[in-house]
Design a binder for this molecule. Sequence first.
Ligand code: GEK
Length: 243
Amino acid sequence: MSYNNDQIYANPQSANPFKFDQKVAAVFPDMIKRSVPGYENIIHNIQQLASQYIAMNSNGYDLGCSLGAASLAMSHGNQQTGVKIIAVDNSAAMIERCATNIDGFKHQTPIELIQADIQQIEINNASMVVLNYTLQFIPQALRLKVLQQIYRGMRAGGMLLLSEKIIFSDDTINRLMIELHHQFKRENGYSELEISQKRNALETVLVPETMSNHIQRLQNIGFAHVSCYQQQLNFASFIAIKS
Ligand code: GEK
């Protein structure tokens, strides 16, 4: 299956909220690389962390899997037997393309694809859970419940990896980070029109929180060890380990 350049917002269009539809799924690898600083590094880290954290006879979860980049990284990193990777996304277009994408790669650990809302699925016997830029699309008031459900389904010693777009409580820093992120997108070939139309489309759909909100909530839920492990501009990844 071929993936094209992202030109979704290249021409003027009426304002509609962003959707993970066929058009987005068809350009997704290009879109995420050109839009999210540090994305490829995180996928590489997921493989390394999987080799350390995925335990024998357990499950790894990729929640909001899109085309399965993190699932494949977990599958490649896994060193244990009796492991299954469960990849979940509520977009039919993403799941359909994810299936073809995963088939196209040699990978050792079975990956099960589920089309579902991550708020509805049960997490069981999980030694590693990845929420790579997905929680930000869940309504803010419901995020605690999703994370609590994940925590309950995790084994002792299990790891949650959470990546998110973030905001800063200091207005000057916040504006600067947004501007630097737009500069990153310009350098990756996006025009002013594309940047501003995408920003408007995401406005009500992707709601970022501060780094301290994320860390505090993970600690309050009960994770024993919580830290940000990578930040590039207004994008951050956190690790949280259950004792
Ligand atoms: C990667 N993790 O390449 N339930 C299930 N899936 C959802 C939900 C939900 N409630 N809300 C959004 N999604 C991937 C990248 S993209 C990030 C993740 C981005 C799905 C949505 O359909 C999309 O595929 C994914 O979460 C977010 O590592 O586009 O910024």
